[in-house]
Write a protein that binds this ligand. Structure first.
Ligand code: PLP
Length: 389
């Protein structure tokens, strides 16, 4: 069925949005093969965004752990400081080709908002970004960055879930001239496919780079999973390479109890949120349970539908990393490699370190370092301050 990954996905939206989603699907299919679009996107990826990002051998960390070789895919070096640029640039350009003048988006950590503001500015589009007040509070620098870049920031009560609700509401009344630039592989069809395709540049580059450096594919690729876009981008080009283990890491937060984590792939069940059937954190009556994570970018009670499918088929393994482990990994990578990772990406570092210990010295792990961690300094310092008291 159209827009489904097994039983997950679909288009569960109010009728008023159907024509917009159909239009988007139609244009996307057409434009993705269009040479002018592809050339322009490659141009912006390379000259504006800084692609390809390096695949860096984390020698110090590898030696310290004493197990498998750990490589870092440096999406933190991309313009804006996170992988979010790949999708924002792709969709903003798509919107421009579709003749839309206004972009709306939601953001959690603010990274997608910043990427949207950057892409809209360079293409001369008007951007308005919805953000929950909880996230705006913990990511104030990103709010300021969006404003400096010329975007309007609309603060709503709550976190990412509420921001998406508001963006969808806005879109219902403005579809003729507005493109809704969703920031992860979530939402109704065709978004999970579009976002995955734009992010797959990560996995394609990993393949070429690791073949160049090591002459073979990695034994494992590890990435954090919020909505799931950086992980999907890294994993998708390797789905058919069964010898490559794909490991997604969700936010274990403060523990396994409801409301303490953001790990619907571990603790969730089938439900519908934001236009798609997927795994959702919910109670027995189907009420969505508020998620929690120390990292704003993983604080979401659902996940992209393709991840739910990949979990059920067993092709991707999903784990959790807890807040305290995440802070330790953040500090560890900063001190050993001189790279401050985003708290989101630090979830992947936690798991990669655990895996590397169990693996041989000749084995290879690639970690998708989805973003830089400057935005999280205050959060980390606050936690460390509380611990020292
Ligand atoms: C640096 C970084 N990594 C990961 C994520 C999680 O998003 P996704 O799971 O879509 O990659 C975010 C979200 O804001 C982010 O800012």
């Amino acid at each position: 069925m159209k827009g489904f990954f097994g039983e997950y996905g679909g288009m569960f939206v109010p009728e008023i949005l159907y024509p917009a989603l159909e239009e988007l699907e139609y244009f996307y299919r057409k434009i993705k093969k269009d040479r002018k679009f592809r050339n322009e996107l490659s141009y912006y990826f390379k000259n504006f965004g800084g692609r390809p990002t390096p695949l860096y051998f984390a020698k110090n960390l590898t030696e310290k752990i004493g197990g498998a070789k750990i490589y870092l895919k440096r999406e933190d070096l991309l313009h804006g400081g996170a992988h979010k640029f790949n999708n924002a640039m792709g969709q903003a350009l798509l919107a421009k080709f579709m003749g839309k003048k206004r972009i709306i988006a939601e953001t959690g950590a603010g990274q997608h908002g910043v990427a949207t503001a950057i892409s809209s500015a360079v293409l001369g589009l008007k951007a308005e970004i919805y953000m929950g007040n909880v996230d705006a509070e913990r990511q104030q620098i990103n709010v300021k960055r969006m404003q400096i870049l010329g975007a309007g920031v609309r603060i709503v009560k709550g976190t990412l879930k509420e921001a998406i609700n508001e963006a969808l509401r806005d879109w219902s009344g403005s579809v003729e001239y507005t493109h809704y630039l969703i920031g992860s592989v979530v939402g109704p069809h065709p978004y999970p496919t579009i976002v995955r395709d734009f992010q797959s540049v990560i996995g394609r580059e990993i393949r070429n780079q690791i073949l160049d450096i090591e002459g073979r594919l990695p034994d494992a690729i590890v990435a954090c999973v919020g909505g799931g876009s950086n992980a999907m981008g890294a994993f998708y080009p390797f789905i058919k390479d069964r010898e490559v283990r794909l490991v997604g890491v969700q936010a274990g937060g403060k523990g396994d109890r409801p409301g303490m984590n953001s790990a619907p792939l571990i603790f969730g069940s089938k439900g519908i949120l934001h236009g798609a059937r997927t795994k959702v954190l919910q109670d027995e009556d189907g009420n969505v349970i508020d998620s929690y994570s120390i990292s704003a970018g993983l604080d979401y009670p659902a996940v992209g539908p393709q991840h739910s499918f990949l979990k059920d088929t067993g092709r991707v393994e999903y784990r959790v990393a807890y807040d305290d482990e995440v802070i330790n990994a953040y500090l560890e990578l900063s001190k050993t490699e001189g790279i401050i990772p985003a708290l989101e990406s630090s979830h992947a570092i936690v798991e990669a370190i655990k895996m590397a210990r169990e693996m041989d010295k000749d084995d290879i792990i690639v970690v998708n370092l989805s973003g830089r961690g400057d935005k999280d300094l205050e959060t980390v310092l606050r936690v460390m301050g509380n611990e020292n008291r």
